[in-house]
Design a binder for this molecule. Structure first.
Ligand code: URA
Length: 410
């Protein structure tokens, strides 16, 4: 393999063969291909793109750069959901147990929050005792016993992605559809999946700002997933206002628990049921019954117990993590709510301490917002639009200013 010729070929818009791509990723992972060559290749891919065949080969090569979960023959179908991330997006906490109630196995590997986007692992870790870092043997045990596990990525999964993402992050090559596709799918496919549903968000609070950009990413991920033998589908979800009524780690777990008991906000339940129906055996109506009958709630409690969490704490998350300051933000006029900007709310929640600006930052489980009114609702002057949970009065006041900028009432 002559690496400079392959970089030049991609720079000129030519196609790389599957063998070329596998050889490049193998050389990069073991350190034979230096970062400067991979950076140049990533930039060439950023400008010239990749065909579905090339993207599938890249995904396959990254997936096989490390280990993946292996399931015995005759196991139930393995299914999962991946979201491109948003504000107040706690759907994973409900989806994993609900799909497990359908006789499916859900080995859900999730990530941590970064920037305004929350992370499933951070939310789960607000449950006292809950362990997200399980060994492979423990993952298999929990899945066999419960049907679902919610875990962090192990060091052995997709090392090529870890290395390549770090490079893309500092070379301006993150926003490339084939590179994003391969990065996301390689990690998800390492779960050994049969079916995958993708929740691609668009809007002010999402990675993809426009519906057309989200559609382009969605198409690429669906084509690539299917090319690699995983039945893949997508739901495009607007992220111009947060999902549900709460944003912040423990506050979102509390809301997920309400949804698992069939008492969740309508928008949250809708997204959950749409995504589950895309990969489940049973139709949406049956899934809804399982949410309202308490079956998914029981399953969630079993999973929390199996991963070391305090099940009794689930129903009192707001008192386990009690914010010293809870401030109401009230409407300054009467009218209809036409905007609850996800970006401003996400930024406020991040600055309250619920998220991370850098990957190494700690997160505060306690802070965030809840009881959020939704776009389309009528409101009277003085009515509470949402509550801010903060460590100090000053932090609450800063969050309040930021959130107000994104609220529109006409
Ligand atoms: N999330 C990922 O895991 N990878 C990307 O490239 C972008 C978002």
């Amino acid at each position: 393999m002559h690496i400079p010729s392959l970089i030049e070929r991609k720079r000129e818009g030519g196609a790389l063969s599957s063998d070329d791509i596998h050889a490049l990723i193998a050389a990069f992972t073991c350190g034979e291909m230096p970062d400067y060559q991979m950076s140049a290749l990533a930039m060439a891919i950023y400008f010239k793109g990749m065909s579905t065949e090339e993207t599938a080969a890249l995904t396959h090569a990254m997936l096989h750069s490390g280990s993946s979960l292996q399931w015995p023959a005759g196991s139930p179908p393995r299914v999962d959901k991946h979201s491109t991330g948003g504000i107040g997006d706690k759907t994973s906490l409900i989806i994993a147990p609900l799909l497990a109630c359908d006789g499916l196995w859900v080995p859900m590997i999730s990530g941590r929050g970064l920037g305004i986007t929350g992370g499933t692992l951070d939310k789960l870790e607000s449950i006292p005792g809950f362990r997200t870092q399980l060994s492979e043997a423990e993952i298999y045990r929990v899945i066999e016993a419960v049907g679902c596990a919610m875990i962090g990525q192990t060091a052995d999964i997709c090392p090529a992605d870890k290395k390549l993402y770090a490079l893309r992050d500092v070379t301006g090559t993150v926003p490339s559809i084939p590179l994003i596709t391969a990065s996301i799918l390689s990690k998800k496919l390492a779960e050994g999946l049969d079916r995958l549903v993708l929740d691609v968000k668009y809007g002010t609070g999402a990675f993809m700002k426009t519906q057309s950009a989200a559609q382009e990413l969605a198409d690429s991920m669906v084509r690539t997933g299917n090319a690699l033998g995983v039945r893949s589908s997508v739901r495009l979800s607007p992220m111009s206002e947060p999902t549900g009524e709460a944003a912040g780690n423990a506050l979102e777990v509390a809301e997920a628990v309400r949804c698992l008991k069939g008492q969740g906000p309508a928008d949250l339940e809708d997204i959950v049921l749409d995504l589950c129906a895309a990969v489940a055996n049973s139709p949406r109506e049956v899934l809804k019954q399982r949410l309202h009958s308490g079956a998914a709630w029981t399953k969630f409690q079993q999973m929390v117990a199996a991963q070391g969490g305090d099940v009794a704490a689930l129903e009192r998350m707001e008192s386990v993590h009690y914010a010293p300051v809870i401030q109401e933000l009230k409407a300054d006029r009467s009218g209809k709510i036409t905007g609850m900007d996800a970006r401003s709310i996400g930024q406020a929640v991040l600055e309250l301490g619920a998220g991370r600006s850098r990957a190494s930052d700690p997160v505060d489980f306690v802070v965030g917002v809840d009881r959020m009114m939704k776009v389309g609702m009528d409101v009277s002057a003085g009515q509470v639009l949402l509550r801010i949970h903060a460590r100090t009065e000053a932090a609450a006041a800063t969050a309040s200013l930021l959130i107000r900028q994104g609220i529109q009432i006409v």
